[in-house]
Structure formats: structure tokens, C-alpha cells
Design a protein around this ligand. Structure first.
Ligand SMILES: *[C@@H]1O[C@H](CO)[C@@H](O)[C@H](O)[C@H]1NC(C)=O
Ligand SMILES: *[C@@H]1O[C@H](CO)[C@@H](O)[C@H](O)[C@H]1NC(C)=O
Ligand SMILES: *[C@@H]1O[C@H](CO)[C@@H](O)[C@H](O)[C@H]1NC(C)=O
Ligand SMILES: [Cu+2]
Length: 393
């Protein structure tokens, strides 16, 4: 047998033994090494005294955000206890702004509802959600005595079966389980302007969450724009008081199709241009893809997470956005000099209505969620300005 035939035979044998899913495990390995490379580059930057810095963040006092699955049971419970605490504290949002905002937790949901048209498919998308997640983490620490850091959900690790992952397995040490099973649900139909709709496979839940720390949680706000399994859409201001159970409809089909390791490595981290990076992350309109950002949200399902504006109404939102931030952080640190301060986009959703380009001087403000107004330039580095954190895998 000639060498060419041998190589060919080996290739066919490998292909037969490793169906499409195995490609993703290859990408998971690649993703791990890209995370490591980003962390190592970040450490070099922190140590580099020739780079002028505004903050006193050092390698010694960096705080480390970790994946949920690597936390001890005690640390997981400390996190969910702090979230329940935030849900028991009074809201700062006045009833005149959001009559349905009843808790400190709801302040964050109401802010996200009010700003949704300006913080998705816009120039502030990445930095806004970084600042939002950080201030939620700070509220857990400062107002609820939480000693840990914001954990994240690496979607790619569990893309074939998210419902059995340590995040959603329903144990006392999870973020609560799936919703109660509802049979015969149609797909979720997503529409965006005049683009062809995207159909998302329904999940294996649909009803109220019945297990884990958030089984008695009340979702107070929403709907704003909630696609239903029959193709219709429920609409509202989202700001009225509408108490109901936390629902989920966890969909492995969505996770596998959009929030897998191959898409992070091959489609996302490859982009040199931040405009392409953040567009692919959110799903290029008309491409049929919802990106890893949509992938995470619609994997959760239910009547917070299928509703873009109200999605922080499910506490898993912050683990999802931890991973979004980790993906941006990785992208930035793979080419620090060119990517750290890269911004693209305007102040409105797909620039509709047309608005000014976002710049490093653009100010964002989380209103009653807290944190105060801040310029984009402060939010680009996780080790300068107000931040001093890194990620571990
Ligand atoms: C980090 O350590 C430095 C040097 O000890 C200290 O001045 C600074 O306040 C610390 N910064 C943070 C964010 O903890
Ligand atoms: C992974 O995600 C990409 C992008 O959405 C998709 O094209 C690909 O089919 C997905 N892989 C699997 C195994 O579903
Ligand atoms: C806004 O950004 C676009 C794309 O980068 C650029 O072509 C355009 O000139 C900018 N507009 C202004 C007013 O700076
Ligand atoms: Cu958002």
C-alpha cells in the first residue's frame, strides 16, 4: 500500500470512528489552550511596567472567576444563597419607573428591560454587559455578604446534554433544574425585521422549575416580547408587576447547534475585527444563526430567557454573561495591542434608528442597578480601571 493510500485509509477510519460530535471535543481542547494563552498574555501585560496603568491591580490581588462545575458544593450554595438574598432586599427602582420591580434583584432586570434597544447589536453590547455583570457581582458581595466571585457557564462543556450539567441538574448545588415537562410544544420562531425567521427546537421542560435553590422564586417583570411555541408573541412593557414561577425549557438542540466549542474556536475567535466578532457572537441577521449569545439564552428557554429584554429574570443569565465576557476577554488577550480598545457600532440596535458611533468616551449608566455612569474606556480592560479580575478554566 502506498503512503497516500495508507493516509487515506487512516483518514477514513478516523472519520468513521469519530462522528461530528467528536470534532467538538477536539475544539474543546483547542479552546482550553486559547484560554490559557489569553491568561498568560494577560499576566504579561499586568507585569509589564512599561505599560502605563490607572489602577493598582496586580497579579497578587486579581480575583478569579471560575466555571460553575469547578466550584465546591459549599461555594455553589454560597452563591445561590447570595442571589436569594438579593431577591429578598427591597428595590431601589421607584414604582414610577418600574411598578413591578420589587427587589434589589429586580433593579437589574428593570435596567436591562429599559436599555435593551441600546445595548444589543450596538457598540456598547460587550462593555455594557461586562459592567452589568460586575455590578451584580458587587451587589452580591456588598449587599449580601458573598465572598466569592461571579461563576460562569461554559456552554461548550455540556452542549450535548445541558440539563444534566452541574448548572441545571436540579440538585441543591445547581442553579435549579429544568421546567416541568410540557408535551407537544412547537419550535420557537424568532423574527428579526424582514429577515427569514429562525426556528429553534423546543426543549424538554416548558413549565415551572420545581427543584433546586430557585424552585420558589418569583419572576416579577415581563413580558416585553416573548415568542410562544405556537408561533405567536406575547408583548408588554415588561415593567408591570406580573409575579409568576421561574420557567425553563432546556434545549440540547439549541445548545448543540449554536453554543458549541467549534463555533467559539472556528467562527468567533477567528475574527480580527471587533465588529465581525460581536456580530457573529449575537448572530448575523439573516444568516440563520443566533450565535453563542443567542445560543445560551435560548438553551435556557422559558419566559424570562426566551424574552431578550427580561432574560436577567433567570439567575443563570449572569453565568451565561460570565462566559460571554470570558469569550471577549479571550479574544482581546489573544492580540492585546490591536484588540483591547477595539469598539464598533452605534448607540442603537442594528443602528435603528440611526445614531452616533460608539467611542471610548461614550458613557453608559446602569441607573438603579448601580455602579454609576462610566465611560467605555474604563470598561475595556479587566485589570485596569474599576476591574481587577481574570478567568480560570
Ligand atoms: C492590589 O495590591 C496593591 C499593592 O499591594 C494595592 O495597592 C491595591 O490597592 C490592590 N488593588 C486591589 C484592586 O485590590
Ligand atoms: C456548532 O455550531 C455551529 C455554529 O452554529 C454549527 O454550524 C455546527 O453545526 C454546530 N455543531 C454541531 C455538532 O451541531
Ligand atoms: C462611524 O463608523 C463607521 C464604521 O466604522 C465609519 O465608516 C463612519 O465614518 C463613522 N462615522 C462617524 C461620524 O465617525
Ligand atoms: Cu442583554
Amino acid at each position: 500500500m502506498g503512503i497516500r493510500h495508507l493516509v487515506c485509509a487512516l483518514f477514513i477510519a478516523a472519520a468513521a470512528a469519530t462522528p461530528a460530535a467528536a470534532d467538538d471535543s477536539q475544539s474543546l481542547t483547542t479552546l482550553d489552550s486559547l484560554f490559557d494563552e489569553a491568561a498568560s498574555n494577560q499576566a504579561d501585560v499586568i507585569d509589564d511596567s512599561t505599560i502605563s496603568k490607572r489602577s493598582t491591580c496586580t497579579l497578587k490581588n486579581l480575583s478569579v472567576r471560575r466555571p460553575w462545575g469547578s466550584l465546591s458544593q459549599k461555594d455553589r450554595k454560597a452563591y445561590t444563597d447570595a442571589v436569594l438574598c438579593l431577591q429578598s432586599l427591597p428595590a431601589k427602582t421607584p414604582a414610577s419607573v418600574a411598578p413591578g420591580a420589587k427587589s434589589r434583584y429586580d433593579d437589574f432586570v428593570a435596567t436591562h428591560i429599559n436599555q435593551t434597544p441600546f445595548i444589543h447589536y450596538s457598540g456598547t453590547f460587550l462593555a455594557w454587559h461586562r459592567w452589568f455583570t460586575h455590578n451584580y457581582e458587587q451587589a452580591l458581595k456588598n449587599e449580601c455578604g458573598y465572598k466569592g466571585t461571579q461563576p460562569y457557564w461554559n456552554w461548550a462543556l455540556y452542549s450535548k446534554d445541558p440539563a444534566s450539567s452541574p448548572i441545571f441538574d436540579g440538585s441543591a448545588y445547581s442553579m435549579s433544574g429544568n421546567g416541568q415537562y410540557i408535551a407537544n410544544k412547537g419550535p420557537i420562531t424568532l423574527t428579526l425585521g424582514d429577515f427569514a425567521p429562525v426556528y429553534l427546537p423546543a426543549g424538554t421542560g416548558g413549565g415551572c422549575v420545581t427543584s433546586g435553590p430557585f424552585k420558589d422564586m418569583k419572576v416579577n417583570l415581563g413580558p416585553v416580547s416573548l415568542p410562544q411555541n405556537d408561533g405567536s408573541v406575547l408583548s408588554g412593557t415588561g415593567l408591570e408587576y406580573n409575579p409568576r414561577c421561574l420557567k425553563r425549557d432546556i434545549s440540547a438542540g439549541v445548545n448543540q447547534a449554536y453554543a458549541n466549542a467549534t463555533s467559539i474556536v472556528n467562527l468567533l475567535l477567528q475574527n480580527n475585527n471587533v465588529g465581525d466578532f460581536q456580530m457573529v457572537m449575537q448572530g448575523v441577521p439573516g444568516s440563520g444563526s443566533i450565535g453563542v449569545h443567542g445560543g445560551g439564552h435560548y438553551t435556557i428557554g422559558g419566559d424570562p430567557a426566551d424574552d431578550v429584554s427580561v432574560s436577567p429574570g433567570d439567575p443563570v443569565f449572569y453565568l451565561h454573561h460570565g462566559m460571554i465576557d470570558l469569550t471577549w476577554w479571550t479574544w482581546q488577550h489573544l492580540d492585546y495591542n490591536n484588540r483591547l480598545n477595539a469598539i464598533s457600532g452605534t448607540g442603537t440596535f442594528l443602528d435603528s434608528p440611526p445614531s452616533a458611533n460608539t467611542t471610548l468616551d461614550t458613557v453608559i449608566d446602569l441607573s438603579y442597578a448601580g455602579g454609576g455612569p462610566i465611560a467605555m474606556r474604563e470598561l475595556m480592560s479587566t485589570t485596569d480601571g474599576p476591574f481587577c479580575y481574570t478567568y480560570a478554566r
